[in-house]
Design a protein around this ligand. Structure first.
Ligand code: ZN
Length: 212
């Protein structure tokens, strides 16, 4: 593939959930999750519009296994908005686990989208909560800035990155995922979500294919 030139006026970078709890040592650690920090910082330098997403739950959030009697993390429960995987307590508002990885360059971000803030609904995507209708406001922000292409990286590949990529497409953006700057939790969901993204038109590229 030839190099892809970044247009500072119409391209945006979405940095998904590079937070302590999703990195090794965190409450919901993605294996090798911290390895996305270096390529993320490199890409943050290359874009003018940089949006960070931050998983940001109140204590006792509905997505925590600890909020459901007798349930363990990674079990699935049925909610008003469909199936919900239960997670260990993670990214609790104001706590260290919810902070961005200390080496992530957050200063260049023009917007930070916090998600999963409502107790009763989870939010994998940076665009919509898991009920698929409550918006975070991100589409409006990007449209008002005349953004047409979005480039994603971060954690975890098959959850927050994939859901954001698919919603980005639905919202009419051209969507690219930096395949060398994402990390997966692993398991069946990874293949399922990868297939879904490829089928719908999400494009996967490497960070070294970018030209500024
Ligand atoms: Zn969460």
């Amino acid at each position: 593939m030839t190099k892809l030139r970044i247009n500072p006026d119409s391209d945006a970078l979405l940095v998904i959930d590079i937070q302590n709890d999703f990195c090794p040592g965190g409450a919901l650690a993605v294996p090798n999750g911290d390895q996305v920090v270096t390529p993320a910082n490199c890409m943050i330098e290359a874009f003018q519009t940089v949006v960070l997403s931050q998983d940001w739950h109140p204590a006792g959030h509905h997505s925590f296994a600890s909020s459901h009697q007798g349930k363990d993390p990674f079990e699935v429960v049925t909610t008003a908005y469909g199936d919900q995987v239960l997670w260990p307590d993670h990214c609790i508002q104001g706590r260290r686990g919810a902070e961005f990885h200390p080496d992530l360059n957050t200063s260049a971000a023009s917007l930070i989208i916090r998600k999963g803030c409502r107790s009763e609904v989870d939010s994998y995507s940076a665009f919509f909560e898991n009920d698929q209708k409550t918006t975070t406001g991100l589409s409006g922000y990007l449209r008002e800035k005349s953004i047409s292409r979005i480039f994603l990286l971060g954690l975890a590949s098959e959850f927050c990155v994939a859901f954001s990529a698919l919603d980005g497409l639905k919202e009419g953006f051209e969507v690219f995922v930096f395949e060398d700057a994402i990390c997966a939790l692993g398991g069946d969901s990874y293949e399922i979500m990868l297939k879904k993204q490829l089928e719908t038109g999400v494009q996967f590229i490497e960070t070294n294919k970018i030209e500024v």
